[in-house]
Design a protein around this ligand. Structure first.
Ligand code: GLC
Length: 553
């Protein structure tokens, strides 16, 4: 068991998200795997993170890249074996890295034995009651039970056939039709998931990231709902979506907390709860529920000084009010990588993606500068931080993926209207001269890697002053030695209302980010970290350029 970060380690931890399909492939089939991850763990130790969150590697038909689980206690052969998983955990713990696994309780795969049993059983049976089956409307039941629209496009309802082959009941799926929603009002479902949690806790995992933690309970009666904008989004709640953020979910999380608390070693629970405002997200991290929740408001704060200050202030207040740490995150496997997103003109809603025909392509140079500046700011903030694999290399979103390579269900369910999330899931480059840039010994890659990525490979950045990789390493090292994750934000009065600059102090480190058009003269202090080189102005003053962050100490 790792001991480095002590009790309640998650309060200040930096957690690195590994997307197993795209991290490292050991067997050459072009899809990453567990043995590949184990082999690359020393690189994460060297980077300086505290923990690794693994996106799903459970048995799955992979219709939503593993977020469609058909067996929660088995490793999918695509990713290896249970022995590979045990080796991964053992190696990680040797390196003092904690391992968090992804739990997907809102829905199973339609290949799960429970769903098969439900289909083989009559309406009203206990097997059916594990899922959200309903009779259709109209005399022949041919109209959908309500008008809800799937997050991935199309209706949330699909109709099944009865044992006699005739159209029969409908089942609810917030996501793809192959991801039927479970019925969390059913105690049987609740008990099964406690068993699943214990299975992984017994294997030594240090916690869980919980998928769609805001979706498990639906409003009674399943009333019609028409979202203000076209199509359902991942979250919201301000407009009262009857499937997001219902009060009943919290009882489930209290039960999960109790299960995790049966184990020693300070295991953690982190919620993916896309609700707003932040004061609502804070409900997920009240004592006795989750330890952390992702801060998506920070992710989408945009690139304005006022916007960032407001989100940081609101986050610290909202989470602080319930005694929880804030978290910070800029990228993950569902959103446009921040090295591209921060240079997009208009807001690009999560899940929509960008592709060859999208208007307003991001400028890659501006995007990377902003991404480096944003990360340097984020890693100086108190609380927990999440990194997504490849952002430490400054990887942009891959825009030019050919249509035939795309795999996200969003792409299929919207008939290509939305590109979806493949562009942030392209396998990452390790060695510029190796096949698939070191991702796979065979040179195969389940999504094609752009040739520009040779120059971004880890081996081309390691030890190179000013590279994005070295910026991340330096930031993580300083964050650790200065214990910034446990500090507090004190805004610098001079810039507290500035439209160009965000500036604060945390444990004696002064952090200044310039989002304006003109260079800004720096205050006193030795430069500890700079996301872009600081230059001297004509009067000899040190100037922070546009789209840059500096730490002074
Ligand atoms: C979460 C996951 C996303 C997945 C969805 C359905 O938002 O992060 O990748 O598609 O849930 O499970």
């Amino acid at each position: 068991m790792p001991s480095a970060s002590g009790r309640e380690w998650w309060r200040s931890a930096v957690i690195y998200q590994v997307y197993p399909r795209s991290f490292a492939d050991s067997d050459g089939d072009g899809v990453g795997d567990l043995a590949g991850i184990t082999g690359r763990l020393p690189a994460l130790r060297e980077l300086g993170v505290d923990a690794v969150w693994l996106s799903p590697f459970f048995r799955s038909p992979q219709r939503d890249a593993g977020y469609d689980v058909s067996d929660y206690t088995a490793v999918d052969p695509l990713f290896g074996t249970m022995a590979d998983f045990d080796r991964l955990v053992a190696r990680a713990h040797e390196l003092e890295l904690r391992i968090i696994v992804d739990m997907v309780p809102n829905h199973t795969s339609s290949d799960h034995a429970w769903f098969r049993e439900a289909l083989d059983s009559p309406p009203g049976s206990p097997e059916r009651d594990r899922y959200m089956f309903r009779d259709g409307k109209g005399r022949d039941g041919s109209r959908r039970p309500n008008n809800w629209q799937s997050v991935f496009g199309g209706s949330m309802w699909d109709r099944v056939k009865g044992v006699d082959g005739r159209p029969e009941q409908w089942y609810l799926h917030i996501f793809d039709a192959t991801q039927p929603d479970l019925n969390w009002e059913n105690p049987w479902v609740r008990e099964r998931f406690k068993d699943i949690l214990r299975f992984w806790l017994d294997r030594g995992v240090d916690g869980f990231r919980v998928d769609v933690a805001h979706g498990l309970v639906k409003q009674a009666g399943l009333p019609d709902y028409t979202p203000p904008a076209a199509g359902a989004s991942m979250g919201g709640n301000e407009t009262g979506e009857p499937y997001w953020g219902q009060p009943g979910v919290h009882g489930i999380w209290r039960e999960w907390h109790a299960v995790v608390a049966e184990y020693d070693g300070d295991r953690a629970l982190c919620a993916e709860a896309w609700v707003n405002p932040l004061a609502k997200v804070a409900l997920w991290v009240r004592p006795g529920e989750f330890d952390q929740a992702f801060n998506f408001d920070f992710m989408f704060a945009g690139w304005t000084a006022g916007g960032l200050r407001r989100v940081i202030r609101e986050s610290l207040e909202a989470f602080g009010a319930v005694g929880a740490p804030s978290t910070w995150v800029l990228s993950n496997h569902d959103v446009i990588r921040h090295a591209s997103r921060l240079a997009l003109g208009a807001d690009s809603p999560q899940g929509d993606g960008i592709g060859p025909k999208s208007p307003g392509k991001p400028d890659p140079v501006v995007g990377l500068r902003r991404a480096r500046a944003a990360t340097a700011l984020m890693l100086a903030l108190p609380g927990g931080a999440y990194l997504y694999q490849g952002e430490e290399l400054g990887l942009p979103e891959v825009i030019e993926l050919p249509d035939e390579a795309r795999q996200d269900p969003t792409w299929f369910r919207t008939h290509g209207k939305k590109y979806g999330r493949d562009g942030c899931r392209v396998p990452i480059p390790w060695e510029s001269g190796a096949p698939a840039y070191g991702f796979s010994p065979s040179g195969r890659s389940w999504l094609p890697q752009p040739s520009e990525w040779a120059a971004l490979a880890r081996d081309r950045q390691a030890g190179v002053t000013g590279s994005t990789l070295e910026l991340y390493r330096a930031a993580l090292r300083l964050r650790r030695t200065k214990r910034l994750g446990l500090g507090a934000v004190e805004w610098l009065a001079e810039w507290s209302r500035s439209r160009a600059v965000v500036a604060f102090r945390n444990r004696g480190v002064t952090v200044v980010t310039n989002l304006g058009r003109r260079p800004v003269a720096l205050p006193e202090g030795r430069v500890l970290l700079e996301s872009e080189p600081i230059r001297l102005g004509r009067d000899g003053r040190r100037m922070l350029p546009t789209d840059a962050t500096v730490w002074l100490g």
